[in-house]
Design a protein around this ligand. Sequence first.
Ligand code: OSB
Ligand code: MG
Length: 374
Amino acid sequence: MTPLRTITLREIEMPLREPFRISSGTTTHRRILLLQLTDADGLTVWSECVAGERPNYAPETIDTAWVVLERYVAGRVLGVPLPDPDGIAPLLARDFRGHNMAKAAVEMGLWGLESLRRGIPLARLLGGERERIEVGVSIGIQEDPGALVEKARKHLAEGYRKIKMKVEPGADVSWVRPVRQALGPEAPLMVDANNAYTLEDAEVLLGLDDLDLLMIEQPLAWDDIVQHAELQRRLRTPICLDESITGLDRARDMVALGSGRIINIKPGRVGGLGPSLAIHDFCRHHNIPVWCGGMLESGVGRAYNVALASLPGFTIPGDISPSRRYWDRDVVDPEWTMDPEGTMGVPLDRPGLGVEVDLDRVEALTVRSLILST
Ligand code: OSB
Ligand code: MG
């Protein structure tokens, strides 16, 4: 690959249309780290770092990622001969532990650049086959069960193919049961606990078993593989791991131990698109369905998720909702949209990400920026 000449970091701030509450905290506005990678030929691509404002989902935050990109990642990729995109994650892994989200922001951008250079859509570079992907929605914890029923009903009517509800102790079985009763036995419902339970809560989690959920996402500790295996042995409903799967090795562990039967792949969490493809291929070989998770991304990060979700192993609708679900106005043109059947088009009409970034809008939202160069 052509060497990189600059990496520009930019923090933008965008208010969510509605607060998003998970068991470990609430987000009302996103602090988003956008990157621009420019190579020695002047080719430029945008990417996004998905780290949150606080370390309540993963250890990284936008502030740690900023420092790590500036001090440790940039120096490895700026002005040096680069391998193919597949080789970037290993390059960033050598004697460099953790910080997957910071690394992924650059790794993904380099896949984006490669697709531009080759003149093909990113989805095609990754091996995507679908022209449209199925869309799911992730609903934060609501004020009361009635509000949850109404939200879920509204989203199902809008066409979403999967309805994920965030749960926590006290807002679980007795909140989800009315949703099942209101929406009927065929509604594609699931829950995500973001680590709010322990094995001591097995009774409650077994209560979820009667609700015919597609899956229960990451009920136990954020870095656990062993106790989830114990829980999965007792549950009929498949467990889906999110937080615990930080790379291909953890996916292998999950299969070896039986800690879950489905994986939510978030490229940021696993260190980029190369590791995401490796997990996808491994899971396909082992008949483990995967789907693409979300981190309340702007339209930039969403472009990468859409491209990834077009791969054949992504057989379950992703947490890839249209721009309007999150923002009054997104930073990309065109914005991401969903049709009434709950699908989203994979941009295949041009090279790269398939959307343009509205630079004026990004500049108006920018809180800080930094240009890194050789
Ligand atoms: O656990 O999947 C999660 C958002 C932030 C942090 C963690 C999670 C989520 C979501 C959002 O569920 C999904 C989306 O982007 O729509
Ligand atoms: Mg999750």
